[in-house]
Write a protein that binds this ligand. Structure first.
Ligand code: SF4
Length: 695
């Protein structure tokens, strides 16, 4: 059949949290044509290199086509029966907290909702966590402390209405390229000033007016200086502050903090602060450089403090904006995919919220305390407390800190299930049972992007082999575990309607996440659903939060949080003299299971590398392109030397995408210590200490 006879289908890019709309057309030979959706509000037709290469990544090569038990092909009935039996046996013998799910921001909201309902409502444990823990858990914690809920106040349009955009710990040009394109277009149109705050000179600095190469982890001290200068300059918004508590304590902490730790000169700090102070329309975008830190939550609150104190929040062109790494990190936060949250932004510690969820689900039990966050979860796998583990669409044997230890822990677990589209990941190789799941272009459901816009993903290609949607796999296990009525779903639309109904209950508790305006969608309405920013109720659709001074703490007020600088947990010294920063490259995604299929994308940066400053390279006798052995207290990696002054002396940078079955490999997270932020549980992925020698 000629490809043009297939209809063009609206869907969403499966990579970063920008959430670009795509138009897909099957070519009739198992492939796709892909173009940007001109009508999607996130991208208006634009795509970045990864999105443009999507068609190259959907082939059947490497797909897992049938369930496997112990590496052998098995029927769905046998595989799902075994999963249900093993989980049931562990729960009966050791209790509900002896099992765990580790899921992913790659899941669609409907998949996520069913996984969360099964674990938190029916198994009766909160041991479900997501790889979003590695991505933006510190933002969740910071938002909740300041606002009372995990609410993104603004929208992408704010980037185009701001006069100053501050990018903190964000290489937007490579990690959220379409947002960066929108920002550069705004700069051209209205002269938006751009400041980049990052220890490393990245591609994002090319379009910036100012780059502050601060010392890793010192963001709190910088934003504390800004808060102090807001006060001294008489620019605190006293009327807005009436809607908040905590200003005096936050100011006292800020004034006591020492900006010497930033490594920036007073002139640099003053120039930044003056620009901020004299510009009313300021947006502060923050990414993984803020989140992936043992003081990540404090960094977030230091930024939020400045926006709250100046009233620059929830108004056009003003406010903080967290950019999420994954396509549905936000959807996962909304359904309660983190171990310390309930669905629809209800709180696990709140007995009324727990009762409401339990009644709604008619569930036997809803846990009254947080479950194990990712790092603790894999510790519990390693020491035998977790007897049965289900890993869904993520590769923790590569991506978790202390990856060698995590890999050994998964291997030693009594029973591990992995749902994925391929058997060729480091984690899938360790599974007792492998379940073939549908991939991006075969799935139906919804995702939420970084500015709260819910978009449909629509299936365009038939699933290969026996692959099934995740919601269907999870629901079938739920039914086999004895919860037939609660998991009797027949379509993602049905799940979405239930979820929207639940959000209406959350709305009655005064929660921010309310999409009850969608609870009566027919299947056809759901199929036609256009990108829509939440909240979506009878009386409200989209918009910004907090410009009116209404917050979600019990007293309706926002909170400024007193924070002071804390150094990264690991300190450099004679054995490990270099500070390791990690991050993404422009054309790869996570552990490359999809982008690695595109020769075009792999051509950008073809192999794993370590950026090192010329001064350090000279000191260690390193020449360009040398192979290096990089050693941390936790592990080793072998990387190619790239000598560049984009990194500061004493600091090195390595991308986190590459994998490897045996150590030493290029698995960067084998080098990263499992140190976490005490509030958010997010690992400190950007401040390890290492030594480097020629290989
Ligand atoms: Fe996909 Fe993100 Fe690129 Fe948009 S910016 S096309 S969502 S990877």
């Amino acid at each position: 059949m000629d490809g043009s006879t297939f209809p063009e289908i609206r869907s969403t890019c499966p990579y970063c949290g920008v959430g670009c709309g795509v138009l897909l057309r099957a070519d009739g030979q198992g492939g796709l044509d892909v173009r940007g959706d001109p009508d999607h509000p996130a991208n208006r037709g634009r795509l970045c290199s990864k999105g443009s290469a999507l068609a190259e990544t959907v082939g059947p090569e490497g797909r897992l086509l049938t369930p496997r038990i112990g590496g052998q092909q098995a029927s769905w009935a046998d595989a799902l029966g075994l999963v249900a039996d093993k989980f049931r046996a562990a729960i009966d013998r050791y209790g509900p907290d002896s099992v765990a799910f580790y899921v992913s921001g790659q899941l669609l909201t409907e998949d996520y909702y069913v996984a969360n309902k099964l674990m938190k409502g029916f198994i009766g444990s909160a041991n479900i966590d997501t790889n979003s823990r590695l991505c933006m858990a510190s933002t969740v914690a910071g938002h909740k402390r300041a606002f009372g809920t995990d609410t993104v106040p603004g929208t992408y349009e704010d980037l185009e209405e701001a006069d100053l955009v501050v990018l903190v710990g964000s290489n937007l040009a490579w990690c959220h390229p379409v947002l960066h394109q929108r920002l550069l277009a705004a700069k051209q149109a209205r002269g938006t000033r751009i400041v980049v705050i990052d220890p490393r000179r990245t591609a994002t600095c090319d379009g910036a007016d100012m780059h502050l190469a601060l010392q890793p982890g010192s963001d709190v001290a910088l934003f504390n200086r800004l808060l102090a200068m807001l006060y001294k300059g008489g620019l605190v918004d006293r009327r807005f502050l009436r809607h908040t508590d905590g200003f005096d304590a936050a100011l006292k902490a800020a004034c006591a903090d020492d900006t010497g730790v930033t490594g920036l000169s007073d002139a640099q700090i003053d120039a930044f602060c003056q620009l901020w102070l004299k510009t009313e329309k300021v947006v502060t975008v923050f990414g993984q450089g803020v989140n992936q830190s043992s003081s990540g939550s404090d960094k977030v609150n230091a930024i939020l403090n400045c926006h709250l104190a100046s009233g620059r929040i929830g108004k056009p062109g003003m406010g903080p904006l967290s950019v999420t790494g994954q396509p549905n990190a936000m959807g996962g936060r909304e359904v309660g995919g983190l171990a310390n949250m309930l669905a629809c932004h209800l709180d696990i510690e709140n007995p009324d919220h727990r009762t409401a969820i339990r009644d709604f689900w008619q569930a036997p039990a809803v846990p009254d305390a947080s479950g194990l966050k990712a790092v603790d979860m894999f510790r519990a796998v390693g020491d035998g407390r977790i007897k049965a583990l289900w890993i869904i669409h993520t590769n923790p044997a590569v991506s978790m800190p202390d990856a060698d230890i995590v890999s050994a822990a998964i291997k030693g677990c009594d029973f591990t299930v992995v749902s994925d589209i391929t058997a060729a990941t480091d984690t899938a190789r360790l599974a007792d049972v492998l379940l073939p799941a549908t991939a991006w272009a075969e799935k139906d459901g919804t995702v939420t992007n970084s500015d709260r816009t819910i978009s449909r993903q629509r299936s365009t290609l038939p699933p290969p082999g026996q692959a099934r949607p995740d919601w269907a796999i999870l629901a079938e296990v739920g039914r086999r575990m004895g919860f037939a009525r609660a998991f009797d779903y027949t379509s993602p639309a049905e799940i979405f309607r239930e979820y929207a109904r639940l959000s209406g209950i959350a709305g009655r508790f005064g929660r921010d996440f309310d999409i009850s305006g969608l609870m009566d969608l027919t299947d056809a309405d759901y199929d036609r659903l256009l990108p829509t920013r939440w909240p979506i109720t009878e009386t409200r659709r989209g918009g910004r939060f907090f410009g009116d001074g209404v917050f979600f703490h019990g007293d309706g007020k926002g909170r400024l949080i007193p924070v002071t600088y804390r150094a990264p947990a690991a300190q450099t010294g004679p054995r490990f003299p270099l500070r390791l920063n990690t991050g993404r490259v422009r054309d790869q995604w996570h552990t490359m299971t999809r982008t690695g299929l595109s020769p075009r994308l792999s051509a950008h940066l073809a192999e794993p590398f370590l950026e090192i400053h010329p001064v350090d390279a000279s000191a260690y006798g390193i020449s360009p392109a040398d192979l290096l052995r990089v050693i941390s207290p936790n592990g080793q990696a072998i990387l190619r030397a790239r000598i560049t002054d984009a990194v500061q002396p004493g600091q090195v940078f390595a991308p986190m995408h590459w994998t490897g079955e045996t150590a030493p490999s290029a698995r960067i997270d084998a080098l990263v210590a499992p140190v976490v932020d005490p509030v958010s549980g997010q690992p400190e992925s950007k401040a390890s200490v290492v030594a480097v020698t020629r290989f």
